[in-house]
Design a protein around this ligand. Structure first.
Ligand SMILES: Nc1nc2c(ncn2[C@@H]2O[C@H](COP(=O)(O)OP(=O)(O)OP(=O)(O)O)[C@@H](O)[C@H]2O)c(=O)[nH]1
Ligand SMILES: [Mg+2]
Length: 647
């Protein structure tokens, strides 16, 4: 059986140490490396060794029982959570590692929520039981109250060859037919194991074990239990389908596409189609274990592998039969400019950043022509430090980043109709777009109400395509537009003069003309927070949330603890985790997730600071071009309406 397992946790819980131990126990590696000795097999990048944290989700492979395991060790630092999230989508099972001393931490919850959303069956491993202050029952309680009641303690459930009474009762409570069967016939190992496998696979039951990855306590028995309780069902006989979860350029500059095979098989020299692009030939298949790889000829459903020869696919793409692209929710809310040394050609540097962007699409690299600058999105400050070092090591370039800024967005508050006309000599396109505010965090939607007598379906699709081909700038700050429903009302083409690109011009001008008439508002990213503190600190925390313009739900109390939830702007709350740790002496707990974009608390100040000049945006104009006596002429946005050709 092929099983892909992912190890996830809060930073420093011991994921890499645990993974290393699994690989060693199963003789996949000969020497047990250690994170604190800078020789861990899976933290093999220079940056990871120096910092002692995992940055890249590396994979290993081992054999155990009747299974081949593909293991992905993910980074626990919040700044690298997009890397973690990309790996989640190819996991058959996840293992959440929790420190027996620190317990459930902020990022543990984020990871848990993500796994729940993708319905990934999950095991817990309570680690570091060798340390002073380790408290397994208290961590079990935390898992139960903060993550799931369906966690099931397997510490001594299988010791005498069968299942313990406690476990049987636990299972019987969750499955009525099983309970009936139990009442009548008692315990039947085959059936109970089967049921347990089912419940785990369908994410209704979450087994928990404990040990110490560093001292090699409980790891082997974890693996034995895991092997017994897990199964996968992959179909080798169907045509090939797969998912791209990672892209890397190796030291020779070769693009390596990492995939998981979900059905069928794939051979060297097979052609594959990714994300609707042209078919491309696979020239090599690699099986990676840490930084080393072996070339192989064929891979089968359920396996993780990497291929050479593909230039088209991007991360998240479906391959072969699988068409839809994966969506990711860990989006950076910060943006920074790259500062280059004066002798460096920025276009050359941009080439390197495009490589980094292929490997991490969340960077969203942008070239700002006017300032000749490279901008990119990041999760936080540690990621910037790591990027500086990666660029230096890989591309031998010294760079710095400017202090990161919040990524703002814009939307409209009123409904308008935007008009665009583009008719220089021998060109022709006209577009009328209704623009209405839509639900928060719904992005841009498009609908056509245009009659096919006015515009063919092909032309209508062209308008849609142009609308989605890039992010559009708002008028307040030039930030991306979002939460708008755009309806194509009507438009016109000319059977001789309409040529490629005319509808792009008309669509962009219509959009911009509409914005000129609408009332725009600025949006900023918000965190969703959950804070747990001693009840006597509740008042302080509530006022700490109100002063940075946060909102809170009604507080919940649990014993002598208060649990506060709500949303708060990222810009005002970025450093609160450190403050909270200080005034609670490390006892307060905070989880920050991305809540979405909501109205900006200091709109006026931000608009002034960004100083965007809507009339000088080289990519946009709200005016239209008409033609008279064989010559095109420009008409300003506030006069175009009455000149439109369609009614
Ligand atoms: N005492 C003790 N220390 C451990 C144990 N497991 C890991 N550690 C130590 O905890 C530290 C962090 O371990 P890692 O394995 O790097 O943790 P990680 O979860 O991979 O960390 P990130 O990948 O950076 O999120 C290292 O110093 C380990 O030696 C354990 O069972 N007991
Ligand atoms: Mg690690």
């Amino acid at each position: 059986m092929k099983k892909t397992i992912g190890i996830l946790a809060h930073v420093d819980a011991g994921k890499t140490t645990f993974s290393e131990q699994l690989l060693y126990q199963t003789k996949s590696i000969k020497k047990r490396g250690r994170v604190d000795h800078q020789d861990a097999f899976l933290d093999n990048h220079e940056i990871e060794k120096q910092r002692g944290i995992t940055v890249f989700a590396d994979q290993g492979q081992f054999e155990f029982g009747n299974s081949t395991y593909f293991l992905i060790d993910t980074p626990g630092h919040v700044d690298f959570s997009p890397e973690m999230e990309r790996a989640v989508q190819v996991m058959d099972y996840a293992i959440i590692v929790i420190s027996a001393v620190e317990g459930v931490e902020g990022h543990t919850e984020t990871v848990w929520n993500l796994l729940k959303k993708h319905r990934v069956p999950t095991f817990f491993f309570i680690n570091k039981i060798d340390r002073d202050g380790a408290n397994i029952p208290s961590v079990m309680d935390e898992i139960r109250t903060e993550l799931t009641e369906d966690v099931c303690n397997l510490f001594s459930a299988f010791t005498d060859g069968g299942m313990s009474e406690e476990l049987i009762e636990f299972l019987a409570e969750r499955d009525e037919t099983l309970l009936g069967h139990y009442m009548e016939h008692g315990y039947d190992q085959g059936l109970w194991l089967d049921t347990m496998q089912q419940l785990i696979q369908s994410a209704q039951l979450y087994p928990c074990l404990a040990g110490s990855a560093l001292q090699d306590i409980g790891v082997k028995s974890f693996l034995e239990t895991f092997e017994m309780l897990t199964k996968t069902d992959y179909d080798q006989n169907k045509p090939f389908s797969g998912r791209v979860y990672k892209i890397r350029y190796d030291e020779n500059g070769t693009r390596i596409t990492y995939m998981k095979a979900l059905s069928g098989s794939l051979k060297v020299r097979d052609e594959v189609v990714c994300g609707g692009a042209n078919p491309e030939k696979v020239t090599q298949i690699r099986r990676y274990n840490g930084s080393q790889y072996q070339q192989i000829n064929q891979v089968y459903a359920g396996e993780l592998f990497a291929v050479n020869g593909l230039s088209e696919p991007s991360i998240g793409d479906g391959v072969g039969l699988l068409k839809e692209k994966a969506e990711y929710e860990m989006v950076p809310t910060l943006r920074s400019n790259v500062v280059l040394e004066p002798e460096v050609n920025p276009k050359e540097a941009l080439r390197y950043f495009r490589i980094l962007e292929a490997e991490d699409p969340s960077l969203n690299v942008k070239w700002e022509e006017t300032q000749q600058q490279i901008h990119l999105n990041v999760m936080g400050k540690i990621q910037l430090e790591v990027l500086e070092q990666i660029v230096k090591d890989r591309f031998h370039l010294n760079i710095r980043f400017e202090k990161p800024e919040i990524v703002y967005k814009e939307t409209i508050e009123t409904e308008v109709i935007g008009y665009g006309h583009f008719e220089p000599l021998r060109h022709y396109a006209e577009v009328h777009l209704k623009m209405e505010p839509s639900a928060r965090n719904s992005g841009i939607q498009f609908e056509s109400q245009c009659h096919t007598d006015d515009l063919t379906i092909g032309m209508q699709n062209l308008v849609r395509q142009h609308l989605y081909e890039r992010e559009h700038h708002g008028l307040l700050t030039g930030s991306s537009l979002t939460d708008i429903k755009v309806t194509l009302l009507t438009g016109r083409a000319h059977n001789k003069h309409t040529s490629g690109g005319d509808f792009r011009e008309a669509t962009f001008r219509a959009l911009r003309q509409g914005l000129e008439k609408a009332k725009s508002i600025l949006l900023e990213p918000y965190y969703q927070y959950k804070i747990k503190v001693d009840i006597d600190l509740m008042g302080k925390v509530l006022s700490d949330i109100q002063s940075p313009y946060g909102h809170f739900d009604s507080p919940i109390t649990e014993g002598d603890k208060a649990i506060l939830t709500g949303i708060v702007p990222v810009s005002t709350f970025m450093d609160y985790s450190t403050d909270l740790a200080t005034f609670t002496h490390g006892k307060g707990r905070i989880t920050l997730g991305f809540a979405g974009y909501f109205p900006c608390h200091n709109e006026k100040e931000i608009i002034e600071r960004i100083g965007y000049d809507k009339n000088a945006d080289p990519e946009y104009t709200s005016s239209s071009i008409f033609c008279a006596k064989g010559q095109g002429f420009v008409v300003k946005w506030d006069e175009v309406e009455k000149m439109m050709h369609c009614v």
